[in-house]
Design a protein around this ligand. Structure first.
Ligand code: HEM
Length: 741
């Protein structure tokens, strides 16, 4: 075989031209199937929390410290200390997080897989991960890679004198690349990708375009974590670099002060690597030959590491004490005159030509260099707001230390979701921080079975409440959950607070009426001296409505209900970042439609993926929600039944039983369709989120199961199971719920 050519013409193992190549626009359901138990060597019963409980964290720290301070010949440590390298490892794992869709971040150990393992910005972090293998090997299943990557950085920082704010373990490894993340549309990687203006809406002017960065992306280019260290598109414009920094760090949910703290704090340690020219560097791990065993960027200089290291191609050192926590970076930044120079590879960087050479060489004791900086570093000096913050930090090291500690903690934990997920002895004892979406502790007993059944009757009897509005409200509350950063969900009843109470998908006036009626039930119940949270009542209302609808269809069932939710206050709700949880479209409630870049049905699949639904769960939920007349606006779109409010499989029966009679409703941009009967009379209307279940071959195959004559009970039972799953997605507080990943 011709090993050199790629792509190759293989006749086995998925080779050949696939459907995706023939019909590239077919709706892709792959994101609903990923992270299946088939890929997980630990199996679906594996509970990371209990496996981790055996780890002796003090011993783990000793083990990490030993690795950190033992230089290996195959990848010699600068200054005899891998600490800064491990900090960069942690930062690049966590730094892919973006607040808009909650994706990215350190939570799944994704840097083990492509594309992240091979991103140019992650150059040589393959070696950092390999250095940690003996530790991973020792602890096995009890310590995830995801936890180890960030904990190694955290421990390294402590070993170098930085007092961290704390640390929570609990990141569960995944076993394949997360195909649900949109990393951008470029066909090329950084630096070539910089010429692509797709993610900037066509704009080439980097002095004005920073905020045009395509949503939900958090980096200026494919292959970078945030910004180009050389300045925008390799242009050493420090002020424009600051604009990119503000936009991209803002996408991570960091404000100006947190941003300066992170960069100045991070670059207090270590150095950059560009001792030789880039033409010495071989392919990244995913393109490297089999005998390189997963390592990439092989450097042909002799030696190909240590004194000749090449990572970013920039050769900068920021501090006189690069392995010790000190205010050296900011001191250098604000006290030197930097002149534009070039790295040995020809990349723009800055040097204080008139300063003393007092910055240590990483390998030659007694040899010193002059202070140097990246263009992006100088953005902290030349942007007026960053400049003020930098000065404050330089003048008050304790304040800087405190702010960096908080920002670093936020960086590493931002995607972990409820504090109930945090494990280990170092979880801070202080009150939770606002970005952790705090919930109050329950000060009352969870509901007894008898209370649950009496509350259900009271809800169904309450004026203004009906199957449709109870179901949409419960759905609106629970379906804000997103597995990406585990925010949202029904716990906290934040649907009654801003901004959720104003989400258009929640139909604010109708929602307000439902909340008012449920509060009436709550008040009455509490007058007996007992307590129930609004959050529980919202979910219970959905359960009561579904049971009623099933009964009306001749089916007796009980919807599983897990009590114990609590109600958050407005003060505990970060309005600006909760706004990101607003759905652009929610096909489950037939709300909204596609955007310039994504079709309605693609947004439906994306929402289903964030709710961890499988293709059958997605299908059965849609069929059930239509039967229950759960459109956000009470419209009849997709309600393919003459018995709305009964839990029947009519949606599937009528969808699959209509023969070629659907047509586009004019002027709806192919968003709305109608079917006519033999006399030409309009029979049903439906959206793309409805018709996709008849047109997509795999969804249709599932719809056929639920539309069959033997499926009435299966349909109802599967619907209830999927519904209950969604209601409980955020219940990390309930023991035994460790979440899918
Ligand atoms: C190293 C860029 C933010 C921590 C580097 C390197 C570059 C870079 C180019 C050199 C890589 C190499 O050649 O070895 C940037 C840019 C940032 C940023 C453009 C944002 C504007 C951060 C943050 C942290 C951090 C937020 C941590 C809180 C580090 C550390 C090193 C490093 C510790 C030294 C690694 C070593 O000594 O091997 N950074 N960085 N950086 N960065 Fe950053």
């Amino acid at each position: 075989p011709d090993f050199g050519s790629c792509p190759r013409k293989s006749t086995v193992a998925g080779g050949g031209t696939r459907s995706r190549q023939w019909w590239p626009c077919e709706l892709n359901l792959a994101v609903l199937r990923q992270f299946s138990e088939k890929s997980n060597p630990f199996g679906s019963d594996f509970d990371y929390a209990s496996a981790f409980s055996k780890v002796d964290v003090a011993q783990l720290k000793k083990d990490i410290t030993a690795v950190q301070t033992t230089s290996q010949d195959w990848w010699p440590a600068d200054f005899g200390d891998y600490g800064p390298f491990f900090i960069r490892l942690a930062w690049h794992n966590a730094g892919t997080y973006r607040a808009i869709d909650g994706r990215g971040g350190a939570g799944q150990g994704q840097q083990r897989f492509a594309p992240l393992n091979s991103w140019p910005d992650n150059a040589n972090l393959d070696k950092a991960r390999r250095l940690l293998w003996p530790i991973k090997q020792k602890y096995g299943s009890a310590l995830s890679w995801a936890d180890l990557f960030v904990f190694a950085g955290n421990t390294a920082m402590e070993n170098m004198g930085f007092p961290t704010y704390g640390f929570g373990f609990g990141r569960v490894d995944t076993w394949q690349s997360d195909e649900g993340i949109y990393w951008g549309g470029e066909q090329e990687m950084f630096p070539e990708a910089l010429n692509n203006v797709v993610r900037y809406n066509g704009s080439t002017d980097f002095t004005t375009r920073a905020d045009e960065l395509e949503s939900p992306l958090g980096a200026v280019s494919m292959g970078l974590i945030y910004v180009d260290p050389r300045g925008p598109n390799g242009t050493p414009d420090t002020k424009a670099s600051a604009l990119d920094i503000r936009e991209t760090f803002g996408r991570m949910g960091m404000d100006d002060e947190e941003t300066v703290a992170l960069i100045a704090g991070g670059h207090a340690f270590g150095k950059t690597h560009g001792a030789v020219t880039g033409d010495h560097i071989g392919p990244e791990p995913n393109a490297a030959d089999i005998e390189l065993q997963g390592l990439g960027w092989k450097n042909s200089a002799v030696p190909g590491n240590g004194v000749n290291s090449y990572t970013s191609g920039l050769e900068v050192i920021w501090s006189r004490t690069p392995t010790k926590w000190a205010n050296e970076f900011l001191f250098s930044l604000l006290n030197n005159n930097f002149t534009l120079t070039k790295s040995p590879d020809g990349a723009p960087q800055w040097e204080a030509l008139d300063a003393n050479a007092s910055y240590p060489d990483p390998f030659i004791p007694g040899k010193f260099r002059r202070p140097t900086m990246l263009t992006s570093d100088l953005g902290l000096r030349d942007d007026p707001v960053y400049n003020n913050i930098s000065k404050t930090f330089l003048n008050d090291f304790d304040y800087f230390t405190k702010k960096f500690g908080l920002a670093w903690y936020k960086l590493l934990h931002r995607d972990m979701g409820p504090i109930a997920r945090y494990l280990g002895p170092e979880v801070p004892k202080q009150a939770p921080l606002i970005w952790q979406d705090p919930l109050p502790n329950a000060t009352y007993k969870t509901l007894a079975a008898s209370d649950i059944s009496s509350l259900k009757s009271q809800i169904l009897a309450a004026p203004g409440l009906n199957v449709s509005n109870l179901v949409t409200t419960a759905w609106g509350s629970a379906s804000t959950f997103r597995i990406s950063d585990k925010r949202g969900g029904a716990n906290g009843a934040r649907i009654a607070l801003q901004p959720q109470a104003s989400f258009a998908a929640n139909n604010p006036p109708r929602l307000a009426a439902v909340i008012k009626a449920l509060k009436g039930v709550q008040t009455k119940f509490q007058s007996s001296g007992k307590k129930v949270s609004l959050a529980d009542l919202i979910v219970l209302g959905g359960a009561a409505a579904i049971e009623k609808a099933a009964k009306a269809a001749g089916i007796t069932l009980t919807v599983p209900f897990t009590p114990g939710r609590v109600d958050a206050t407005q003060d505990q709700t970060d309005v600006s970042t909760f706004a990101f949880l607003e759905p652009k479209a929610d096909g489950f409630r037939n709300f909204g439609h596609g955007t310039a870049s994504s079709l309605t049905e693609e947004l439906l699949v994306d929402k289903a993926a964030l709710l961890t639904l499988s293709p059958p769960e997605l299908t059965v939920l849609i069929g059930g929600m239509r039967a229950l007349s759960a459109n956000f606006d009470g419209s009849s779109t997709g309600i393919l039944t003459s018995h709305p409010g009964q839990l029947t499989n009519d949606f599937f029966v009528n969808l699959l039983g209509s023969y070629a009679s659907w047509s586009v409703v004019p002027n709806t941009n192919s968003e709305l369709f109608q079917s006519t009967d033999s006399t030409g009379k309009v029979q049903w209307t439906a959206s793309r989120a409805d018709l996709i279940f008849g047109s997509h071959p795999e969804l249709r195959a599932v719809a056929e199961v639920y539309g069959s004559s033997d499926a009435k009970n299966k349909f109802a039972n599967d619907f209830v199971a999927a519904w209950a799953k969604v209601m409980d997605l955020d219940r990390y507080d309930v023991s035994g719920h460790s979440g899918p990943y």
